[in-house]
Structure formats: C-alpha cells, structure tokens
Design a protein around this ligand. Structure first.
Ligand code: 4LM
Length: 395
C-alpha cells in the first residue's frame, strides 16, 4: 500500500493533478451554475441517482468537490461538504442532526452567532440548548440527558481560548448516544484533528485560517460519508447555503500555505502573548502556548499548533479596552480572525454582543477582554503598536 503523504505535501498536492488536456498546473474553476445533459434519459438518470454526474452547482460542482476532498483528507474524515459561510455549515450540520425536542449540549462560550442560532432553533423549532463548562467532565456527565443528540464544542473557544478534552468528551458522548460536533476554526486541521480523537463532525469557518487572506466567506464540514451525503441532499441542497466555485478555488489556493502560515502565526502569537503578559496594564493573557495557560497539559497533548489568537484583560474595564482599541494603528480594529493581517476587536460589544450580558459574563466575555488575531507582519511592529496603544490605558 502506498504510504500516506505528509500533511504539508497533502496541503499542496491535495486533489490538484495537472489537467491532462491542457497541462494547466492549477485546475480550472468550474464557474458554472448548471451542467448540460446529453439527452433526457441522462438527465433523468442523474436526478434519480442511477448515473453519477453533475446536475447543478447547488447539488455539486467539480471545484467544490476538489475542496471537499482536500478538507476531508486533512481532517482524516471520510467525506467533506462546503457551505457559503461558517454559519451555513453550523446550521446545516445541526439542522441535519436534531429534531424538535432534542437537546444540544454546547460548550459555554461559542461564537455569538452560534449562540444566536441555538436560541433561534429553541424559539422556533423546540430544540433545547444547554451550556456547560467544557473543562468540567462531571458537569458534562450530568448535563447529558436521554434526548441529548449533539455535543457542540468550539476548541479553543472564541474568545476565551478555553479548550475541551476531545478524546474524553467523545468517549462520554459515545456512551450516551450523542454525536460530537467540533468547530475547529481556531485550531485548523494543522493544529488538531478532532475526528482522530473521536468526534463525529468537524466544522470550519473557512473564512478564517483556511482561506487565510480575508477575501472569502465560507464554511466546511467533514464527517462520515453516509452522514455527509445526507446533509448534502437535505440541509445543503434544500436550504441552499452553497459555496461559489470561485470562492472554493480561493480556499484551495489558501490551503496550500496553511502550514507555513500557521507556523508563523504561532511564533508571532507566542511573542505577542509573552509581551502582553509582562505588561503592567494587562491583567491576564489567554494563549495555549503560554506556561501560565490553565489547560497547558491538555493543550500540549491535543494540539500540534496553538494558532494565532490571543485574548487578554486590560486594566480599566471597558474604558481600558476602548483606549487600546482606539489607539492601535497597525493592528486593524475589525472582527474576524485568521488572516495575514493582525486584527483586534472587543468581543463584549462586537462578536459576542448578541449574548445577554449575564450569560456573556458567565462565559468569561467581560468588558475588559480584548481579542487579537496575530497576523504575519514582523512581530516587532505588532508589539510596538500594542505597546504604544497600551500606554494610553490608565492603571
Ligand atoms: C469572529 N467568527 O469571531 P462565518 N465559528 C467560529 C467563528 O469564530 C465564526 C464562525 C463560526 C467571527 C466573525 C465575525 C469559531 C466567526 C462563523 O463568519 O459564517 O464564516 O463563520 O470575528
């Protein structure tokens, strides 16, 4: 049997054989909405499933397929599916798994729109979400009920950077008949592969590190073939959050440099985290690479790369955060993360502002918390920018 190629080789060669007819090194973008049938019989057979082949891009497209195969391979999953955004992927997977009356157990701290989606599913469709501290195994045990269908985890969590023990939680879930869905946006498949640790589905906001350059909104999901096929034919096809072929091509291009980008993100983030930790106006820093990180041993065991996102508390509460965010110049004051450019934002009033305050505070998203997605610039320039912004903060 041919030996499986290493990760960086699979990133670069994944699914992209040079085109036989033209010699084009990079596969073409199949920027088409529909596919022509030779005759009516063929069209009918494609629709009935008797013949394999493309029909219409919402149902499948060669460029999307290439991306789906690459992400499934990188995550160690049987199959992959692409969506028009990370939220389309999350809603597509969750709506494909749960029915009215089912319970979704969620890590207490997720991206604000995921929280919003779970609330919407609760209000309109009678799905019951619950939030639990993912670092507390006893609490997880107790929070699983007979109707728990899904355990939804972000790890690391946006923005508190807490992590979940994927191996342990997957084991608990299996014993209770629940499926584990992991949002792997922050870690990327280079940083951790939840399927290998027992998860059932992995989701990405591919808008972030997968694309890497801040020019695409996209989502991806991977899992077992049968279940991914079901999602393709149900919540993707019929709700219709389909990725455009051009955006899939941009993601394929971005993926080729994932490993080198992540290595540099990690190195820069480590230097920034150490700088922040030593600064008198910073009261606490959360980055899995720091020796002060509360779940250091688990991070080292579970993750190959800690990524580029850091969160930190400043002195002076909301005002302290405002002083930093209004002063930065090189770091862009914007939501999103995982881009070549350093991005900084205030979760309490931005990405997580839709979460009711008491819940948000319980999740650790306090007014003095700042999130920075460290980019690939020279790290001394990033640190100098933060240094001068932090000078504005009163003690
Ligand atoms: C942000 N995040 O945090 P789309 N999963 C995670 C995320 O962080 C996000 C999504 C899903 C931010 C966006 C403004 C862990 C998004 C949703 O934006 O739908 O691709 O991903 O800054």
């Amino acid at each position: 049997m041919e030996e499986r190629k290493k990760f960086s080789t699979r990133l670069i060669h994944g699914g992209s054989e040079p085109c036989r007819e033209t010699g084009s090194l990079i596969p073409p973008i199949y920027q088409t909405s529909t596919f022509v049938f030779e005759n009516m019989e063929q069209g009918a057979c494609r629709f009935s499933g008797e013949e394999e082949g493309y029909i219409y891009t919402r149902l499948g497209n060669p460029t999307l397929q290439q991306l789906e195969e690459v992400i499934a391979d990188l995550e160690g999953a049987e199959a992959g599916l692409s969506f028009s955004s990370g939220m389309a992927a999350i809603s597509g997977v969750l709506m494909g798994l749960v029915r009215s009356g089912d319970h979704i157990l969620c890590g207490d701290g997720v991206y604000g729109c995921t929280y919003g989606l779970l609330g919407y599913l609760q209000d309109r469709f009678g799905v019951i979400p619950d939030y639990v501290d993912i670092s507390d195994e006893d609490a997880i045990h107790q929070a699983i009920h007979p109707n728990t269908r899904v355990i939804f985890l972000e790890t690391p969590i946006n923005p508190t950077m807490k992590i979940a023990d994927l191996h342990q939680i997957s084991k608990i879930a299996k014993g209770k008949g629940a499926q584990v869905v992991v949002d792997n946006t922050f870690a990327t498949p280079y940083g951790q592969r939840p399927i290998e640790l027992g998860a059932d589905f992995v989701i990405h906001s591919a808008t972030k590190y997968i694309g890497g350059h801040g020019d695409v909104i996209a989502g991806l999901a991977v899992g077992r073939k049968e279940e991914i096929d079901f999602l393709r034919k149900s919540t993707l096809k019929d709700i219709g959050g389909v990725l455009s072929p051009f955006d899939a091509w941009l993601l394929l291009r971005g993926l080729k440099t994932l490993e080198v980008r992540m290595d540099r993100h990690r190195m820069n983030a480590m230097a920034v985290a150490e700088f922040l930790e030593g600064h008198p106006r910073v009261t606490r820093v959360f980055y899995p690479g720091l020796s002060s990180y509360p779940q250091r041993a688990l991070a080292a065991r579970q993750m190959d790369c800690f990524g580029g996102v850091i969160s930190f508390h400043v002195t002076g509460g909301l005002e302290g955060a405002r002083q930093v965010l209004d002063q930065v110049k090189l770091c862009h004051l914007t939501v999103s993360l995982g881009e070549v450019t350093t991005l900084i934002q205030h979760p309490a009033t931005m990405t997580h502002s839709a979460i009711p305050e008491p819940e948000r505070l319980r999740m650790g998203v306090t007014d003095d918390l700042i999130r920075i997605s460290v980019g690939l610039e020279d790290v001394t320039d990033i640190i100098a920018d933060l240094q001068s912004a932090l000078e504005e903060v009163e003690g």
